[in-house]
Design a protein around this ligand. Structure first.
Ligand SMILES: Nc1nc2c(ncn2[C@@H]2O[C@H](COP(=O)(O)OP(=O)(O)OP(=O)(O)O)[C@@H](O)[C@H]2O)c(=O)[nH]1
Length: 312
């Protein structure tokens, strides 16, 4: 049946269009076209694009020509999807695949058809989509990086305020479900304005980064440590009660007060004040815990700084 017969816009194609003429058309395509016996996998047609990239098929099987290090039909061969339970051709299967021989990505359109001699063959048309894939991968990396940046404090690399609130809210919900206590430590560097005034803003930044790094080394990976803003930090401690939180705050306090930060023209020592609060049970709310910890931090400052205070 001449497919152009019903379409007046298409030039008519002779009914006896020869194999040679079809091969000429397929050889001019900028895509791999091959036909392989469904049972033996022997390649019975391989267009010029295929020969240019994978060499002459020379009576070999598709997995021998197109893939690397195969000693049998490929585990990812789509043949089983191309026929129904009676072995009859279903329809085209379109999939994306990274070729094992040249590592390039292809969009493959596979279909089982009856060959001219009546046997069932697999026809594949594979278009190189490597550039598109690389662009998609670059976009994904850029998106991941943007997401990470959106939740990271640029100066210290700790989580930022927004991320602290969202992660802590989730942690509190989990703690309520598990019946675990949760604690919050808020801390704020002491007389930090003087550091900036005496040593300059860049030196102040060095101290902030150093304090953040020391805090990160002291807390557990499961704790949520963040810079809330300026010289104020917070750490939320899952499954932690008040005495354990106090112990950790004291360790942080000792760590900070023993650190010396070398800067141009000298070294800076900087302490911090800490406020802690803890809670348990269904009534626990992040805002409330933070307000209690902030109140305790205020008292630690009032009492002379470089110390830990907890809620009454
Ligand atoms: N270098 C630097 N300084 C910052 C940054 N963010 C806030 N600051 C400074 O931190 C200082 C905070 O000063 P204050 O709020 O008066 O607190 P303080 O001097 O630490 O005094 P106390 O908290 O009462 O002990 C200000 O000088 C801010 O400019 C920053 O990202 N880098």
């Amino acid at each position: 049946m001449n497919s152009s017969a019903n379409n007046p816009d298409m030039p008519s194609v002779p009914e006896d269009l020869s194999y040679q003429a079809i091969a000429t058309v397929l050889n001019s395509l900028d895509a791999l076209v091959y036909v392989a016996d469904m049972e033996t996998h022997e390649l019975i047609f391989f267009n010029d694009y295929g020969s240019n990239y994978w060499g002459n098929p020379g009576g070999r099987k598709c997995w021998q020509v197109l893939q690397k290090d195969q000693d049998g039909p490929c585990s990812f061969c789509t043949n089983p999807q191309l026929v129904d339970e009676h072995g009859q051709p279903t329809g085209p299967v379109v999939w994306e695949f990274q070729n094992t021989a040249n590592q390039r990505w292809y969009q493959c359109r596979d279909q089982a058809i009856r060959w001219i001699d009546g046997r069932l063959v697999r026809m594949e048309i594979a278009t190189d989509i490597t550039e598109r894939k690389e662009m998609e991968q670059a976009l994904e990396i850029a998106r991941d990086r943007a997401e990470k940046l959106a939740e990271t404090d640029e100066l210290t690399g700790l989580k930022n305020r927004r991320s602290f609130f969202s992660l802590s809210t989730q942690a509190i919900h989990q703690a309520i479900r598990a019946g675990d206590p949760i604690a919050v430590i808020m801390f704020d560097l002491d007389h930090f304005k003087q550091v900036n005034d005496q040593w300059g803003h860049a030196a102040g930044d060095t101290v902030l980064r150093g304090m953040a790094a020391a805090a990160r080394r002291t807390v557990r990976d499961s704790d949520i440590l963040a810079r809330l803003g300026g010289e104020e930090f917070a750490v939320l401690l899952p499954a932690t009660d008040l005495p354990k939180a106090r112990y950790l705050a004291q360790r942080l306090q000792e760590t900070f007060s023993s650190q010396l930060f070398p800067v141009t023209g000298g070294a800076i020592r900087c302490t911090a004040s800490f406020g802690i609060a803890a809670g348990t049970g269904p009534g626990m709310v992040l805002d409330h815990l933070l307000r209690q910890a902030d109140g305790a931090l205020f008292r630690a400052k009032e009492a002379g700084r470089n110390q830990v205070a907890s809620r009454y």
